[in-house]
Structures are given as structure tokens and as C-alpha cells.
Design a protein around this ligand. Structure first.
Ligand code: SAH
Length: 488
């Protein structure tokens, strides 16, 4: 086979990036927009020794899992990879992806995994779930003003004014910004020349509060007739905060340092409530109990600024954190370390059921947010440290963290690291501190599997594994794992 050859292939699987995977003549091919179960005709784009990339030409025989994508721009926009696949099949794929990684990289047996893995937590309605959107502003080839998303692996803006993953208010905000730019002749930013004013429109919504925030990222200090813009935006129901962010650098980083509030409050609020999902097969009584549990649960409030890190799918985040709470199995007496804690969401969620929670996070602004959120909720037993998780936790283990007092035995460690997983020193320190339970929240099954293997070799056993679908229509999967100390 050579470049530009046409070939036929049956798609057997999906890659972790959401590409269709099939085999021809001992070669593995990755094909964008081909779905598991399809038979397709594709063009060879790139060939390596054992694998290659193909471009989809035609679907010869569509997969039984294909559905009509709800969004007409699904193939152009780089946002969703799985929209044309039925939602139950998406969930099945993600569950399988986690299991395969734990088996292959983690070295766990299939029978153990079958015994400890619980069904993936899906979403009732897997659309309109994102509480945050960042729309680049620019011009298309004809010179028209466009706002939307970048096409996959490119900086070309696909005009998506009402993304179905986002809230309906986004479209209203974009309409206003567009009208304002056209009537005031405000130029969009041009990445190639570095000229023009408006770069991005950032929108956030608090799902429980209904509060809306708009932040315009601009290549300058101010906008013409800011007052009129605010008047127009303020008419959108829920609007609470309108601000400018100054970014004059030639960079892909969206936000610059400087913020200026134009209207309303500098932050919006949101609340996360503990939830207990009634199992699918639950009878009416069990369901009623679950609802009661959920209502009794005290929510944790958060203040969110345009710069804050906050989970993007609040509905699933409540389920995710509630699982962490369940797995941590708290009595009120525990000492907990929450490593990679971000703005302290998990720490604060657990604090009400524990003696003390220590959170560690490397980004200073996030630590400030965590401390403010603790005060906002009247939580006094959560202490936050800024620094690397591995360094702060190992200092504590050696009694070299005076702010935390004497190193006390740790009952539960929660980790929620970025995709690259935990630092080796972090895992080493966990093993040295020997907490009864470790709850691992992961956004990458491969590094999760690697780290679980290390913990298991150090005296822990895998007790419960549950994927949570935080990124419906996309390929990412989040997993919560409970490990406990093997009793000798
Ligand atoms: N638990 C939080 C955030 C998880 S995201 C939540 O659920 O919202 C992972 C976090 O780890 C990010 O906030 C990132 O800034 C932080 N991080 C990355 N490397 C780190 C390190 N070595 N030590 C501490 N925090 C780190």
C-alpha cells in the first residue's frame, strides 16, 4: 500500500482519541469519522511501518450504532468525536477503554476487574452540559466576522454559534457581541498580523444559581462605548458579571494577566450537592430514598471568576464527587489529604464528613480560591497548601511541614492529578504514610493503570472502579477508583 491508495476496511474499535481503528494486511489504520461497526472506504494519508492514517471517503455499510448527529457541524468542528455514535455505545466504549488499560498497563486480571468494576455513570441527557465556553473571534476566508470553535488540529474558526454541548444563553451572548462589533466597527483579532481587538468571548454559567458571566478577551485596554455593550448584554436573563481581560501577547494562551470589571460582580456563584444515584434497576422505594439522601446533603458553594479552574460538567461533577465521598467511607473522624486539589472542590465536599482535610495545589490563584471558598461555606477544618503535591506531602510525612503540626496518621488520601498522573515521589509518600484508603480520580486511564500498579505492588488492593462520563460526545473518560490497604 502507498499514499493515496483507496482501501476498504471494517472498523473494529475506537482509539483513545476517537478515531476509528481497523486492520488491513497486518497494518492498523486510524480513520477520523469512521465509527466502530462501519465498513468504510478510505484513502491512505500517512504510512508508518505497522500503522497508518486514512481519510474517510465513504461509509459502505454503516454501523448499527450510528445515529443522526444532532449538530450539523459535527464533522467540521474539532469539539466532539463521538456524536454520530449512540450514547449507550459511547458509554460502553469508555467502560471498555478503562478496563483494557487496567488490564494491559495495570496488569490486573480480567476476573478481578469484572468483580470490582461498576457500570459507568452516564448522563440522562448528554447535551447542554458545559458550564463554560470559550469562543475565538475572527474572520472567515470571505472576511465575514465569525465566532465559533477551532476545526480539529487547526486554527481555522468554524462558526458554531449554538454549540449543543453548551448552554442556550451562549448563542444570545454571541449575537449581542456580534451586533455590537458590527455597529461599532470593532475589529476581531487576527492571529497572523497580531492586529484587531476582540480575541475571545468567554462565557460561564452557574447551573444551580442560573448566574451568567461574560468576559471579553481583548488585544487592548478598552472597547469603544463599553456602556452600550454592557446595556445590551445585561438584558440577557441571569447576567451577573461582565468583564474585560487584556491579552496583548502573540500567544495561544487565551487569558492575559489583567482583568477589568465592566458591570456587575467580579464572580458568579455555583453550588455542588452530594447525590446518590438510584441504580437503574431500583424500585420506587429505593429511588425515593436516593432522592431523600440527595436533598439532605448540604451543598458546597463556590465563587467563580473568569480565571478560576472549575469542572466543566457540573451535573456529572456532583456524581463524581459523591462517588469520592462514598468511596472515602467517612465517619467524621478522618484525617484526609486531597492532592492536586484545584480550587478545593473535593476537599470542601469531604470536609463536612471528616475531622480535617488538607488540600495541595500548585497554582497559587487556585489555592486562594480554595481558601476563600472554605470561608464562604464556614468550613474551618480544611487547610490548603500551595506547592507540588509530592513535595508538600513528603515534607508532612517527614514532620517538616510546621503549618500542619505534627504528622498525624492519615486515614484517606484522595488524588486527582492531571493527565500525566501522579509523580513517583507522591506515590512513594502515599505508601510511606499508609492510609487505610486511597481514592484515585483520574482523567487518563493509561496513567491511572500505571499508578495503580505501583500502589498495588506497595501493599494496596483494588476494591472499586467506576468510570464517570464527564465529556459526553467526546472521547475523554474520568474514573474513580477505591484502593484499600491489604490487611496482613
Ligand atoms: N481536584 C480538582 C482539580 C483537578 S485538576 C477538581 O476536581 O476540580 C488537577 C490539578 O492538579 C490542577 O488544578 C493542576 O493545577 C494541579 N497540579 C498539577 N501538577 C501538580 C503538582 N505537582 N502538585 C499539585 N498540584 C498539581
Amino acid at each position: 500500500m502507498k499514499k493515496n491508495d483507496l482501501f476498504q476496511v471494517e472498523i473494529e474499535d475506537m482509539s483513545a482519541e476517537g478515531l476509528g481503528v481497523g486492520h488491513v494486511d497486518g497494518m492498523t489504520f486510524f480513520i477520523k469519522d469512521a465509527l466502530v461497526g462501519d465498513v468504510v472506504e478510505a484513502l491512505v494519508m500517512k504510512l508508518k511501518k505497522h500503522y497508518g492514517y486514512g481519510r474517510l471517503r465513504r461509509v459502505l455499510q454503516p454501523s448499527v450504532y450510528r445515529v443522526e448527529p444532532r449538530c450539523p457541524l459535527e464533522r467540521l468542528c474539532g469539539g466532539c468525536q463521538l456524536q454520530a455514535l449512540s450514547y449507550p455505545k459511547q458509554l460502553e466504549l469508555k467502560q471498555q477503554l478503562v478496563r483494557e488499560n487496567l488490564q494491559r498497563i495495570g496488569g490486573f486480571s480480567r476476573s478481578l476487574l469484572e468483580a470490582v468494576t461498576e457500570p459507568i455513570v452516564g448522563m440522562e441527557d448528554p447535551y447542554r452540559y458545559r458550564n463554560k465556553a470559550q469562543y475565538p473571534v475572527g474572520r472567515d476566508r470571505e472576511g465575514n466576522l465569525v465566532m465559533g470553535f477551532y476545526a480539529a488540529r487547526s486554527h481555522r474558526i468554524v462558526p458554531v454559534e449554538d454549540c449543543l454541548l453548551g448552554v442556550t444563553e451562549n448563542a444570545a451572548v454571541l449575537r449581542v457581541v456580534k451586533e455590537y462589533m458590527e455597529t461599532r466597527e470593532v475589529m476581531p483579532y487576527d492571529e497572523t498580523s497580531g492586529q484587531g481587538l476582540i480575541r475571545h468571548v468567554l462565557i460561564r454559567k452557574g447551573f444551580h444559581t442560573g448566574e451568567l458571566m461574560v468576559c471579553l478577551v481583548i488585544n487592548g485596554e478598552c472597547l469603544p462605548d463599553e456602556e452600550r455593550l454592557c446595556e445590551m448584554l445585561a438584558e440577557i436573563p441571569g447576567m451577573k458579571s461582565i468583564s474585560l481581560n487584556v491579552n496583548r501577547e502573540r500567544t495561544n494562551v487565551i487569558l492575559g494577566e489583567k482583568m477589568r470589571l465592566l458591570w456587575g460582580e467580579p464572580t458568579i456563584g455555583d453550588v455542588l450537592y452530594p447525590r446518590k444515584e438510584a441504580p437503574e434497576e431500583a424500585d420506587a422505594e429505593q429511588r425515593a430514598k436516593a432522592v431523600k439522601w440527595q436533598k439532605a446533603g448540604k451543598g458546597v458553594s463556590f465563587r467563580i471568576s473568569p480565571k478560576s479552574f472549575y469542572q466543566v460538567n457540573p451535573v456529572q461533577t456532583e456524581k463524581l464527587y459523591s462517588l469520592v465521598l462514598e468511596y472515602a467511607d467517612l465517619t467524621g473522624e478522618e484525617i484526609i489529604w486531597d492532592l492536586y486539589c484545584g480550587i478545593g472542590t473535593i476537599s470542601l465536599f469531604l470536609a463536612g464528613s471528616a475531622r480535617r482535610v488538607y488540600g495541595v495545589e500548585v497554582v497559587p490563584e487556585a489555592v486562594e480560591d480554595a481558601r476563600e471558598n472554605a470561608v464562604l461555606n464556614g468550613i474551618e477544618n480544611a487547610v490548603f497548601f500551595q506547592g507540588r503535591a509530592e513535595e508538600v506531602f513528603s515534607a508532612y510525612a517527614k514532620g517538616q511541614l510546621p503549618e500542619a503540626g505534627e504528622a498525624e496518621p492519615v486515614d484517606v488520601v484522595v488524588v486527582d492529578p492531571p493527565r500525566k498522573g501522579c509523580d513517583p515521589l507522591c506515590l512513594e509518600t502515599i505508601l510511606a504514610m499508609s492510609p487505610k484508603r486511597v481514592v484515585y480520580v483520574s482523567c487518563d486511564p493509561a496513567t491511572l493503570a500505571r499508578d495503580l500498579r505501583i500502589l498495588c505492588e506497595g501493599g494496596y488492593e483494588l476494591r472499586r472502579v467506576r468510570p464517570v462520563d464527564q465529556f459526553c460526545q467526546g472521547m475523554h473518560v474520568e474514573t474513580v477508583v477505591l484502593m484499600s490497604q491489604v490487611k496482613n
